[in-house]
Design a protein around this ligand. Sequence first.
Ligand SMILES: Nc1ncnc2c1ncn2[C@@H]1O[C@H](COP(=O)(O)OP(=O)(O)O)[C@@H](O)[C@H]1O
Ligand SMILES: [Mg+2]
Length: 391
Amino acid sequence: MKSIREHISAKLFLSYLAVLIVGAAVLLFAVIFTAPGAYDRHMQMAQGLTNSTGTPVPFPGMMDMGRGRGLGQGAGFVNFRDGVLESLGYAVIAAVLVAVAVSILFSRNIVAPLQAMMSASQRISDGSYGERVAVNGSDELAQLAVRFNRMAERLEQTESMRLQLLGDVSHELRTPLTVIGGFMEGLTDGVLPATPETYEQVRMEAGRLSRLVDDLQELSRVESHAYRLEIHAVALAGLVETVTKRLAHQYAEKKVELTLTGGSAEIPFADLPLVLADEDRIIQVLMNLMANALAYTPTGGEVVVSAVRIGKEVQISVTDNGTGIPVESLPHIFDRFYRVDKSRSRAAGGGSGIGLTIARAFVNAHGGRIWVESAGEGTGSTFSFTLPVVK
Ligand SMILES: Nc1ncnc2c1ncn2[C@@H]1O[C@H](COP(=O)(O)OP(=O)(O)O)[C@@H](O)[C@H]1O
Ligand SMILES: [Mg+2]
């Protein structure tokens, strides 16, 4: 019973069968009801032809047919045949009408959901992304409806993301452009002195703009999956060393101490298992986390990078004792363009809030997870992510 409800082929077969049975039944009943009358009428007509005096002539029964008695062989057969044909004629008409009615009923049932999807898809392509179709039953059409609705939902999400992105990007572009415009206006009016410092400010804003454009390009590549991961067995020690070297100067300049701890060996991370990773992407993730830790930690603070093996994964953590993150911001910290405090992030030399979004996309693409912990503002924060261990 279940498989009938779930398969349209079974439903179609059953509806053909039903039409056939109903048609045959109608045919049978129609013949049963109309045959005697039709037969009588034909016999009477035949009688009228052969007996002009009006005296009743006994009907030749079925058994008599063809035996050469009564009205004779030819006449009896012709009358019988005409009677049967007449009754069959009515019966066929009735059966066809009923079969057509039943088929229309069945095919409506099957075609109606398709028509609903057709008109919904038309409305979606016209731009109303909120369209959904009703899901009835559990056959292939119902499954199609479920998938159709899922697709519509994805389209709706994509569309709202697109609008959101457009809004965010124009907002992000506005700030540096306004600053540059303001400086130029001040210079033109002679309100601002034409000193190297002023030009440096303009250059910094232009730099911010071009970094934003780079970030956006990277984000669009990452979000559209237009990149390929080159996964190899990688030693974490090497990656951390690369990033540490690149950032050492900035850490020293801000006087933030950077400590590496991981594994039990003398050289940090040396005895950790190899991980499956795309070296460049994980360097980028580490760069983002360690640059953030530096940006949001005041002079005299400390940043610790650590790693441990937990089951089939290695967990890497970047902990700082800097500004921390308010509890209400924790769920949004990986959202694109999200910054706890825009002006503070700007002053701290932060970017546009895309760094963590990209980091999360890369870690997820490796099959890992990334998350943040912070006890609140002023308490520092810990960003951790996992990578799969080589089997
Ligand atoms: N280590 C950290 N300590 C405190 N806040 C942080 C830290 N890392 C990230 N954040 C917060 O998360 C936001 C998003 O980070 P990110 O995506 O790297 O953007 P950006 O660094 O460009 O501002 C930052 O603006 C900041 O508010
Ligand atoms: Mg950042």
